[in-house]
Design a protein. Sequence first.
Length: 232
Amino acid sequence: MTKKVLGILELENKPLSHPGALCADGTFAFEVRRLTVRGASVQTVVSGDLSVKDEYIRRARQLESEGVDAIISNCGFTSLLQDDVAAAVSIPVGLSSLMLVPFVARLLPPGRSLGLLTYDSTKLRESHFNAAGWSTSEIPVAIGGIEGSDSWREFAEPVPNISPEMLVNDVMAATSALLLANPTLSALVFECAGFPLATQTVRMQTGLAVADFVTLGRMLMDIAGADGRLGR
């Protein structure tokens, strides 16, 4: 049987490579093929600049031609491009971990709520949620972010200087603030592709269930058909 390959469309900002990071070697049990999307940076994508759409489509088609079985990105704000990129190829595409929100929300018991932790809560809009297939009128979420933190500033640099300790501390601080304001939280979805480095710590220290970009990548690869293509 041919081994499956996951494609990752990456921002120009150098992704984190610490063990356990989305784009690090060994994070997934299957092969990963990564491509940088020209013009896509933290600044452009988080601001909602759609001028990068054609380049995302071009790179997605390149990944498909190279034989990947499914495609994700490494920024949850790319949800705005989901429909256009998915329509351009014939393999599963899940650009944003925001797509996990409806699934995780359905797992919660009555009286419990869902939190969404993002790179920058001041930039996250209803349009990002709608593009990921849901709305806050249907699925209420408590939203927090790491804006203003050291990690937030470093992620915007061409080559971020972020240690695992820095990121874990910033994500835990934002999580703690979100929990304090929303004591009924039972689960979190991490929007930022850098946050998987903190996932296990958050689970252990808070008891919350956490879904992140690594969760999304594994789900897509489980869903992908034998040849990666959707349909017959």
